[in-house]
Design a binder for this molecule. Structure first.
Ligand code: AMP
Length: 207
């Protein structure tokens, strides 16, 4: 039997669109020891001339998920590219996965090479707060899938139906709720309080 490749240690940044995880992901990009990756960002950076990018943008514009196999293959190629370029250093950086996995099937597909150590769960039960955050972000970032309220509501429905089951996939002790209602610095402190012990346990010789 083929020898199992060693898996990359990772924390998931998990939450509905508009739950506040993107802001933290952005900040954490600059904190040493972490390597942040967002599939939404990767999709938006694809060369728009390619057939693949066109297909993906159709799913995004409708507020639907991109098919699992395609998502995971783009994610994996991108990550391996970063690793080959020595931007992602798996022996010293904890991966922060933002926006993936978004279905139980994706959890299974990435499990061969991703070792999920922690799930930061940005809980937000107020639908209108999330719709409002996305509306404000649309003005700032000009994302096509943020622009229409009906697409926003469709994305939130898609999240409820297809993505919340991801929480059941991982052992409950890995899931840590993050209160995203405070100031960004407070939310950051809450995230780091969970992440730092995992970072130390994953790379005991670093630091
Ligand atoms: P985000 O920036 O995370 O809100 O992602 C924007 C859009 O990209 C989503 O609404 C989906 O259409 C697509 N997308 C991002 N990540 C995934 C994923 N893991 N699986 C399927 N579709 C995704």
């Amino acid at each position: 039997m083929a020898k199992l490749l060693s898996r990359y240690p990772a924390a998931l940044v998990f939450g509905a669109p508009g739950a506040g995880k993107g802001t933290q992901g952005e900040i954490l990009t600059r904190v040493p020891g972490f390597f942040h990756l967002s599939t939404g960002v990767i999709f938006r950076k694809l060369d728009p001339q390619t057939e693949e990018a066109r297909q993906i943008s159709e799913f995004c514009k409708r507020g639907e998920l991109v098919p699992d196999e395609l998502t995971v293959s783009i994610f994996r190629n991108w990550l391996e590219g970063r690793r080959a370029a020595d931007k992602y250093k798996p022996r010293e950086q904890l991966l922060l996965l933002d926006g993936i996995p978004r279905t139980v099937n994706q959890c299974q597909l990435i499990e061969r090479y991703i070792d999920v150590k922690l799930v930061l769960y940005f809980e937000c039960s107020d639908l209108e707060v999330m719709v409002d955050r996305i509306r404000r972000r649309a003005v700032l970032e000009g994302r096509p899938d943020d622009a229409s309220e009906s697409v926003t509501r469709k994305r939130l429905e898609t999240f409820q139906r297809e993505t919340t089951p991801v929480l059941e996939y991982y052992p409950p002790e890995l899931i840590k709720k993050i209160d995203s209602s405070g100031r960004p610095a407070e939310v950051l402190a809450g995230c780091l309080a969970e992440l730092i012990p995992v970072l130390k346990a994953s790379f005991p010789d670093e630091g």
